[in-house]
Every structure is written in structure tokens, then in C-alpha cells.
Ligand binder design. Structure first.
Ligand code: SD4
Length: 329
């Protein structure tokens, strides 16, 4: 631990980001900066989310927090931006379909009281995160899947829509030519949005939503809707969320592991790294896989770590919304 912290401190001194402001978003010159990990935190509001699309999601989430909204409203509002974007081919509307051409969505949400909701294998609904929230708030259950989740959504006023855009359909038709069932890391078929927010009272919530692995087997569900795997928040400790090859995250209950490590004194950065190490230990061949974790602790410190270079994440804090390259194994 001491060694890790010392290394992080040195990195921080060397890599403090310089960049340009776009609206309230700081984009580092020459691409995203490396996160100055181990930095001192601070009170909320803070938002952290996965990938470049996190910048826009963070903006929306922060707007809620600055208007005195709570962390739960912030995380839902934030990831809805990504879900509604037809150009984004890995979340919600416009997501890549399964190998039979159906767009199937997974999402989960956790509030500051430890309440959870999730949906999996949900079709035809643009905002699975809002259905997950309703499962949490209106049912005695945590998770609804497939037809049951769809029926629940329709009963609660959600509209049935075709989620397969012309662009995603074209990609699927191209894929069908070779029909090779082989997941590829770091491109748009592994691109969930996971977002953790802390409001100005220091209360935290998290959300995670995805169309999952592109061209997956019909019925395949990843880590994103599995509480503890794709997302976990403990308001006393912090929150974490995952992106990448869901199977690897599920087998190690990754986000729960990150939070438990933080509970035991790890910084968010060191916790994310250890959770990735846990995956590496049990696997000889990870060249076709990616996993990225992000985390935020109760002190407002952030961290991230991933298997392979290429994962980035967005942090909105101290009035700056900034994209960082994650450190990798
Ligand atoms: C999944 N973890 O379904 C999700 C996909 C993903 O970045 O994260 N893509 O396995």
C-alpha cells in the first residue's frame, strides 16, 4: 500500500493535466490526461463516469447536483443522456444488437440508502435506467428481466420503441458476413456508461447502463445489471462501477470488491488496481478482453484502473469536467 501511494504521488507531481476548457469541460491537450491519482478529495458535488461519453453525462448529472438535486436523480439524469444518443452504439437507443439482431439492454441503479434496482435482457425501452429505478422504488424486488421487465415498463407508461438504428443494423449485417463470435476489447462493443455521483451533502448514488457485448448470444446478460459486479455503492465508503468484458467482472464481483477494498483502507486507485489484479490472477489469456473500473470514495477521491490501454473516464469536480486516460496493467 505504501509503495502504491508513493508511486501515485510521484505520478501526480509529474502529470498534472494542462488542457482547454470546452464549456465547463476541460479536455487535456494532446488527448486525455492521466489521472493524478491519490489526490486529496473534497466535498461534493462530484461526478465520475466511464469513457468519453461520460463528459456529457457528467454535465447533466452535475446540473442536477448544482440545482440542489440528490445523487440518485443526478446519476439517472446523467446516464439518460447516453441512453438517448442514437450515435452511441453501446448504450440504449442505437446499441449494437445481439447476433440475431435484437437490441437487449441491461441497467442498474443504487441509492444512498443501499436500495437497488436493475433490469436485464430488456428490449424496446430507451431508458432502462429509469425502469431499474422504478423496480427499486415500486416493487419489493431488486431485478426484473426480459418480458417481465418489459411488461413492467409498459404498465408504468414507458413507450415501446424500435431501438435498432440504421447504423447499428448495418454493422450487424456486416458482422453477419463472417459471423465470428469473438468479442474485441476497447471498441464500441464494450462501452457501458457507469456513473457515480456525490451530492453536496456527501451522499452517493450510482448508475450503470449498457446494450452489452455487441452481437452477443441471445439472452446473454453481462455485469452491468448485476449488483456488486457492474455497480456497487456503500454510502459510508464509496462507489465503483465497471466496464468491459462482463464475464470477467461477474466472476470476481468486481465493483463490490473495489468498495470493500476501499473500506479496508485502499485508495480508489489502489482498489481498482487490485480488482484488476484479481482478474489477471485467474486468467492466462486476456489479450481479447478489457476491464475498466472507476471509483469514488467518501472523501471525494477518485481512481481508475484497467486491463489494457484505451480506457478513459470523466471526472467533474471543482467546476471542471475532465477526461482522463486510465492507468492500465
Ligand atoms: C457487458 N460490461 O455487458 C458490459 C459491456 C461493457 O463496455 O462494459 N462495455 O459485459
Amino acid at each position: 500500500m505504501t509503495q502504491i501511494n508513493r508511486r501515485n504521488f510521484i505520478k501526480k507531481s509529474a502529470l498534472t493535466a494542462s488542457g482547454v476548457l470546452v464549456g465547463s469541460s476541460l479536455i487535456a491537450k494532446g488527448g486525455p490526461a492521466l489521472q493524478p491519482s491519490g489526490e486529496k478529495g473534497g466535498a461534493g458535488p462530484i461526478v465520475i463516469s466511464t469513457w468519453k461519453h461520460g463528459i456529457e453525462a457528467n454535465e447533466a448529472a452535475m446540473q442536477v447536483l448544482l440545482n440542489n438535486g440528490n445523487a440518485l436523480d443526478a446519476v439517472e439524469t446523467g446516464v439518460k443522456v447516453t441512453e438517448a444518443d442514437p450515435e452511441n452504439m453501446s448504450v440504449g437507443l442505437g446499441g449494437l444488437p445481439d447476433r440475431e439482431g435484437n437490441v437487449t439492454l441491461d441497467a442498474s441503479i443504487i441509492d444512498s440508502q443501499g436500495n437497488c434496482g436493475s433490469v436485464a435482457f430488456l428490449e424496446h425501452i430507451v431508458h432502462p435506467i429509469s425502469v431499474a429505478r422504478l423496480v427499486m422504488e415500486k416493487t419489493p424486488h431488486v431485478m426484473l428481466v426480459g418480458q417481465g421487465a418489459l411488461q413492467f415498463a409498459l404498465d408504468n407508461g414507458f413507450e415501446k420503441k424500435n431501438l435498432l438504428t440504421a447504423k447499428a443494423k448495418k454493422k450487424w449485417e456486416e458482422w453477419l458476413i463472417n459471423n465470428k463470435y469473438e468479442p474485441v476489447p476497447n471498441i464500441e462493443n464494450h462501452d457501458t456508461i457507469g456513473l457515480i455521483a456525490m451530492d453536496k451533502n456527501g451522499d452517493m448514488a450510482g448508475a450503470c447502463t449498457t446494450s452489452g457485448m455487441g452481437f452477443k448470444m441471445r439472452g446473454r446478460v453481462g455485469d452491468s445489471p448485476i449488483i456488486g459486479a457492474g455497480l456497487f455503492v456503500d454510502n459510508e465508503v464509496g462507489g465503483a462501477t465497471a466496464t468491459g468484458t462482463g464475464e470477467l467482472v461477474m466472476k470476481t464481483v468486481g465493483s463490490f470488491l473495489v468498495v470493500e477494498l476501499m473500506r479496508n483502507g485502499y485508495t480508489p486507485q489502489a482498489a481498482c488496481k487490485e480488482a484488476v489484479n484479481r482478474i489477471i490472477k485467474g486468467n492466462n489469456n486476456l489479450s481479447n478482453s478489457q476491464v475498466g473500473y472507476i471509483a469514488l470514495n467518501k472523501n471525494g477521491e477518485t481512481g481508475a484502473y484497467c486491463l489494457q490501454p484505451g480506457f478513459n473516464y470523466a471526472v467533474f469536480k471543482n467546476n471542471i469536467n475532465q477526461l482522463f486516460d486510465s492507468e492500465s496493467y
